[in-house]
Write a protein that binds this ligand. Sequence first.
Ligand SMILES: [Zn+2]
Length: 483
Amino acid sequence: MSKYETVIGLEIHAQLLTESKMFCGCSTKFGNKPNTNICPVCTGQPGVLPVTNKKAIELAIKTAIALSCKIEPSSVFARKNYFYPDLPKAYQVSQYELPLATGGHIEIEVAGQKKRIGIIRVHLEEDAGKLVHQGADRIMGSDSSLVDYNRTGVPLMEIVSEPDIRSPLEAKAFMETLQHLLQFIQVCDAKMEEGSLRCDANISIRPVGDKKLGTKTEIKNMNSFRGVLKALGSEEKRHAEVKEAGGTIIQETRYFDDTTETTTGMRSKESAHDYRYFPEPDLVPVEPEGAWISEIKKTIGELPEAKKQRFETECGLSAADAELLISSPVLAAFFEQAIKLHDKPKIVANWIMGDLTAYLNENKKAIDEIDFTPAQLVEILKSIDKGTISGKIAKTVLVEVLKSGKQVKDVIAESGMTQVSDEGEIIKIIKEVLKHNPGPVAEYKKGKKATIGFLVGQVMKASKGRANPGMANKLLAKLLAES
Ligand SMILES: [Zn+2]
């Protein structure tokens, strides 16, 4: 690809976390029986009037502030006219000429390089319904289709990036960064696999050094971060091959097929005028007052990038560790609560990212789906510090608490796993070990001091891991010197 430069712009649709739809009171709940979350407004019956959902505007403004956009003093809903069976009104209410917010940016990082990607606009719109194709997963190859209007009218926020993205990797980083941000400020659950975060891409290539943009194609159906990477990777390659063969790129919409990891042409790209946009006469413009915007601004907590920086500078974590902890707002909050109770950030971070995460991955659960609190983790860590249990036993205690849901102190007490710090008891074990290992003892006496490591290991084994390792070491050295 050295001869060409790739230019990518992304359009992201994020489903806003509201209880009700964009212009009616119907529930947005996912997974209900088809066509049960519907009413005359969202199914486009004659004579009904829509009312804008204030919460949806609030969440979109919150996002726009977090993306450093300018909130427009007046934005207008418009009808985007087209016919499709999943669109009962035959138009989608969206924002066109006058969007809610404009001109922001977000910072991404690829291979240690930071880069700022511009945001052209953030606007509000409603979702369409869902076609369920019979006998195939898409319309091609299907003999009939059913329509479910539960999703019709669900509030969406569209975020449009500047064509500042230069590679599929940057596009993936953009999506991941945006996902973190939306989750952190709690405007969208941003699950690509479940469709609450969707993305279309415009991609073109041009000879390196050229300023003029090449003809672009629009890619749809990228349902995962991997999909974004594969779809754009295959499309930039296709553009280069067409150009190399002396052909021309046709401006069109292309569909990404997850199984073949290639794109195929769907339809020639329509232009904005094909939609005959005009202002929605049934809705008033959105004109948020300054005081309200200030209120919304106050609800934005610390943004992920700032949190990451703070974890590095204040808590002394490595960049990689900080990155992992901010990968989910719930995980980051768990860490922060734990270090409030136990001021040893590195140790706390290691336990969260080590044993706790391993358990979560194994059981395919998120940290907010289990009944385990930061206080419980801290209780385990403090038991190690006090010498009640060894670090090794603590790992077993953690898993037992996670599995059983019992109290930490009960698990420790019931299991008989408390650490042995009684000198007499440890000496008894050591004497047994020395008796059964005459060879290593002799080697130690001949001057091979490293043998003590093996003997300590035997003491730990004989005590089933319960002997206080520090004491075992000290007492062993003492007894060896005396014998
Ligand atoms: Zn409705």
